[in-house]
Ligand binder design. Structure first.
Ligand code: DX5
Ligand code: ZN
Length: 218
């Protein structure tokens, strides 16, 4: 994934794909996307349950692009190794899921030890300063523009200043997740985002290739 060649990277969220025919869902798109976003939910940190390392391994076997795994779980340290072994290339956890600063640092070190990229995410109500002390060690910051838990929610414009705050201080992947479509993609790109996650917009589009292209420009 070269940030230099392509100013904006696009990672469709598999949450909106049909898992009964995943291979068919990703076929034809794998070559044009920059990564695949995989949402892991545990029914505790968020009110929804999705998938675990076993499915991440299965996804790994049908796609060639990097897997950007978004952990929305209460115990990220406990499960990080399993997700990395299953094939996560980027592993992101929520800053709200950790008990203290030491735990956040432990998670970051663990992912790096396994030679993968590490990210931290934050809910809409969490101020950007919560990540300030970790920015130098991160490959990705994932700004949630909906309350994590479900696809298909409405984009929260009140998160745009937060994206701008990170754009001024962070030079890695500045990712945005939730309610992204052609219109909101333009807003977040203008605010400084360089990595866009989109679920329902891509998978409900009649022309998915066109939908993906519209996130990069338009
Ligand atoms: C929500 C997930 C998102 C979700 C986005 O908690 O983290 O990745 O798939 O879906 P859309 O793009 O439909 O808002
Ligand atoms: Zn996500």
């Amino acid at each position: 994934m070269e940030k230099g060649n392509n100013p904006v990277l696009v990672a469709p969220s598999l949450l909106s794909a049909d898992f009964s025919c995943l291979e068919r869902e990703v076929r034809g798109l794998d070559a044009v996307v920059d990564a695949w976003h995989v949402d892991v939910m545990d029914g505790h940190f968020v009110p929804n349950i999705t998938l675990g390392p076993f499915i991440v391994r299965a996804v790994r076997s049908v796609v060639t692009r990097p897997l950007d795994v978004h952990l929305m779980i209460g115990e990220p340290i406990k499960y990080a190794r399993e997700f990395l072994s299953a094939g996560a290339d980027i592993l992101t956890a929520h800053v709200e899921a950790f008990g203290n600063e030491g735990e956040v640092k432990e998670f970051i070190a663990l992912v790096k030890e396994m030679g993968r990229k590490v990210g931290l995410s934050l809910k809409p109500a969490t101020p950007p300063e919560a990540l300030e002390g970790y920015l130098a060690d991160l490959d990705m910051v994932l700004v949630m523009t909906v309350e994590p838990g479900f696809g298909g929610q409405r984009f929260r414009e009140d998160q745009l200043p937060k994206i701008g705050w990170f754009a001024q201080r962070f030079s890695g992947y500045l990712a945005v997740d939730g309610g992204i479509n052609a219109e909101t993609a333009r807003l977040v790109r203008e605010a400084g985002a360089n990595f866009l996650v989109a679920g329902s917009y891509v998978f409900s589009a009649r022309d998915r290739l066109k939908a993906i292209a519209s996130l990069r420009e338009g």
